[in-house]
Design a protein around this ligand. Structure first.
Ligand code: NCD
Length: 305
């Protein structure tokens, strides 16, 4: 039995396979429409979500399976004091696979220890978000053709943004990747990522504060929301929240074929006027998230062949 806690749980060649399955699903959805008949996906969400939970549910429904779950800690027995480990042990009796999101770093890992079914980390605190990374990789792969020789700008809350942490971890395994880390001083990438992931793998990167300066050299701009819920006090959040706003003027500085990604939800960091720009790929990215989650469910259930 296999779980997904970090994007590194899959090798690069396994990721290749997963993405080619997702591409096939995109092209031939009818072939997969009943693959999970009789199977159930549980979604256990202790933190707010729109895309991740609903794209998991859509993925399972597209495969002919069914879904059950809860979408807030208040509506589960966590409110009575139950541990995630006990909850998952019990859910293993009701479902065949589970996606769990939790505000505490490491909670999905703890949940997986006594689980009788595959557990997928759907986001744990400020730590990791591997299925968003699968979505991001599949988007780059689909729109760009391959994942190599890219200058990737990661912009916004690089400190608390779990999507950024997972994405960096995953991308350092591809050839010719260079990062431009764009953030205010207070929201820089955590030291452990700089030292253990970037430096250790000899990955070229620069850290800058000004988005305008970075724009002309980027092949991909990955925008992120300032993670309000992870701030210790509101004043700091208010000071930081509009630090970056990508608008039409700034898009003029970018390459003609640059791609703008964002895990969404967006707050103010991308002005709506950018949505019509052909380089804005964030809504397509959300669609790719369904195909890759379908491929993931099939793979973890051993139904991919
Ligand atoms: C992200 C998350 O939950 O970390 N959202 C998502 O799953 N698409 C990004 C965010 O909330 O800013």
């Amino acid at each position: 039995m296999r779980h997904l806690m970090s994007p590194l749980d899959f090798s690069v060649s396994e990721l290749e396979k997963l993405m080619s399955l997702a591409s096939d699903i995109e092209k031939n959805p009818e072939v997969y429409a009943h693959k999970c008949a009789g199977k159930k996906l549980a979604t256990c969400f202790y933190e707010p979500s729109t895309r991740t939970r609903l794209s998991f549910e859509a993925a399972m429904l597209n495969l002919g399976g069914s879904v059950l779950g809860f979408s807030s800690a208040d509506s589960s027995s966590a409110a009575k004091g139950e541990s995630v480990s006990d909850t998952l042990r019990v859910i293993s009796c009701y479902a065949d696979i589970c996606a769990i999101r939790h505000p505490k770093e490491g909670a999905p890992l703890v949940a997986s220890i006594h689980s009788g079914i595959p557990v997928i980390n759907a986001g744990d605190g400020g730590h990791q978000h591997p299925t968003q990374t699968l979505t991001d990789l599949f988007t780059i792969h689909s729109l760009h053709g391959e994942i190599r020789d890219l200058t990737i700008g990661l912009c916004g809350d690089l400190k608390f943004g779990r999507t950024v942490h997972s994405l960096i971890n995953a991308l350092v395994r591809y050839p010719g990747i260079r990062f431009v880390l764009i953030s205010p001083e207070e929201l820089r990438v955590p030291d452990y990522i700089r030292e253990e992931v970037l430096d250790k793998n000899n990955i070229p990167y620069v850290e800058v504060e000004k988005l305008e300066e970075a724009m002309p050299e980027l092949d991909i701009l990955y925008m992120t929301r300032v993670q309000k819920e992870r701030f210790f006090n509101e004043e700091d959040y208010i000071r930081m929240k509009d630090f970056y706003i990508l608008d039409r003027e700034k898009m003029k500085l970018a390459k003609e074929n640059m791609m703008v990604l964002h895990p969404l939800p967006r707050v103010n960091e991308i002005s709506v006027e950018v949505d019509d720009d052909p380089r804005a790929a964030y809504f397509r990215q959300a669609q790719y998230g369904v195909y890759i989650r379908m491929a993931l469910i099939l793979t973890l259930l051993g139904l991919e062949e």
